[in-house]
Design a protein around this ligand. Structure first.
Ligand SMILES: [Zn+2]
Length: 77
């Protein structure tokens, strides 16, 4: 099973939220919208969105790319 995530090419740090590649691509392109929504509905966001937002904030100005990896282990993240 493939997992998709964001990786910062400068810090070589990555996260692999529990969501799909297309969701991640959408998320990154619409980050400004997601941020606006987050201001109003603090409990309405999925965990992966909060994780993703924190990651992209932490690496804002860095080169962040969408990456994939194959996962053989299952269980909690
Ligand atoms: Zn970084």
């Amino acid at each position: 099973m493939m997992q998709y995530g964001f990786q910062c090419e400068e810090c070589e740090e990555a996260i692999f939220p529990a969501t799909t590649r297309s969701e991640l691509a959408w998320f990154r392109n619409r980050l400004h919208v997601v941020r606006e929504v987050a201001k109003h509905v603090q409990t309405g966001l999925d965990t992966w969105m909060i994780e993703g937002m924190e990651f992209l904030d932490r690496h804002s100005g860095h080169s962040v790319v969408l990456v994939s990896r194959s996962s053989t282990k299952s269980g909690s993240a």
